[in-house]
Design a protein around this ligand. Structure first.
Ligand code: AKG
Ligand code: FE2
Length: 382
């Protein structure tokens, strides 16, 4: 797996960003830049893990396939990511959100800045929230929606924000439904159909799956020197799962567990990408790796992505599911709420999972780490 030494993340909604190092370049209008500025030139840290390997493809799963659960289980265990088709999200809704996203990012910078994310805030327009952990800036801009969409949209378009809000709300509703369905398919692939620990997620009404979420719009303008620029640095999502829609320009790359190099996830019309997030890694007691991914940029094409970041209600404790724990498989992580985990991630970056890990002492003195992607951090306790 490519090194994450200097590349961590916090894409999540409730992460509170620190002021980036290059504050003066923070709001550079990337679409007007003709030459890559030094502030955005990722020489060594990007090139270190530049090698790509596209020999194997991220699985594409048809949700109407009678074997969907097994296929999802295999994809989660081996990749931590897959694409889904026949997910029931109308293509027209994907086109609309893309249209509204492009409309937003093509506004003049001064207008976008009216909805700028406040220094300790979450929602609104700004650079990638992980920027503060890197000495170089990323070739992207983002808009995070948590809670009320109109609050920010009315700053952008004082007289005409209804269409944007309607589209966002319709998209959030559709995604919430799909996220609940996908979560139960992923849990089902672990043999979990219900669990006392998952009361919050009990399947009630399809529109009321109990989780909470944020929506992240990402824009990657065309870049004069894409080989030295980074759209979004390598990270894992602090979610249960993330559903990503990418426009028809490639850029998303994933690292496969235990393998070198990056694998491109090609945009497939109408398909959606599903990431296993850190909280599902915890729920699965380490069986499903949260996928390390990043976004690279393109010399001629603008790219847009929309990430639906899905998690539990913020105060619910998440811990390895009881049905996956026994004397041979002790719980590998301590219980933690989503909010606590985001705080931990903000502090420990890519070491966040390790920092909530338990050093268990099972009866035979060994922890079974064979299925756990953080196994290198486990200590044997004799
Ligand atoms: O743009 C992409 O493909 C990735 C976006 C992403 O990873 C995120 O928003 O967390
Ligand atoms: Fe992400």
């Amino acid at each position: 797996m490519p090194s994450m030494a200097s590349s961590v993340i916090l894409p999540d909604a409730s992460f509170k960003s620190q002021p980036p190092l290059n504050v003066h370049k923070k709001y550079l209008d990337l679409s007007s830049v003709k030459e890559l500025p030094e502030t955005h030139a990722w020489t060594s840290s990007k090139l270190d893990d530049e090698e790509t390997c596209d020999a194997e493809n991220v699985p594409i799963i048809d949700l109407n396939d009678e074997n969907a659960i097994e296929l999802i289980g295999r994809a989660c265990r081996t990749w931590g990511v897959f694409q889904v088709i026949n997910h029931n999200i109308p293509k027209s809704l994907l086109d609309e959100i893309e249209f509204e996203g492009k409309k937003l990012f093509s506004l003049p910078m001064q207008q976008k800045l009216r909805a700028a994310r406040s220094p300790d805030g979450v929602s609104g327009y700004g650079v990638a929230r992980i920027s503060s952990f890197f000495s170089k800036l990323m070739w992207s801009e983002g808009f995070t929606i948590l809670g009320s969409v109109s609050e920010h949209a009315r700053l952008l378009w004082p007289n005409d924000y209804n269409k944007f809000c309607d589209t966002i709300e319709e998209y959030q509703k559709a995604m919430k439904r799909l996220a609940g369905r996908l979560m139960w398919l992923m849990l089902g692939s672990l043999g979990i159909t219900e669990d006392d620990d998952l009361k919050w997620a009990a399947q009630k009404e399809p529109d009321d799956q109990g989780g909470s979420a944020a929506l992240q719009l990402n824009s990657y303008p065309s870049c004069p020197d894409p080989d030295r620029a980074m759209g979004l640095a390598a990270h894992t999502d602090s979610t249960i799962l993330t559903i990503l829609h990418q426009s028809n320009t490639s850029g998303l790359q994933v690292a496969r567990e235990g393998r070198a190099g990056w694998v491109t996830v090609p945009p497939l019309a109408g398909a959606l990408v599903v990431h296993v997030g850190d909280l599902l890694h915890i729920l699965s007691n380490g069986l499903y790796p949260s996928v390390v991914h990043r976004a690279v940029v393109n010399r001629t094409r603008h790219r847009l992505s929309v990430a639906y970041l899905y998690g539990p209600p913020s105060s619910v404790k998440i811990s390895p599911l009881r049905k996956l724990v026994d004397k041979y498989h002790p719980p590998l992580y301590r219980p933690i709420t989503w909010s606590e985990y985001l705080g931990t991630k903000a502090k420990h970056f890519d070491k966040a999972l390790t920092s909530v890990r338990l050093l268990c002492a099972p009866r035979n003195g060994f922890v079974d780490t064979s299925n756990d992607h953080t196994s290198s951090t486990v200590q044997l306790v004799g």
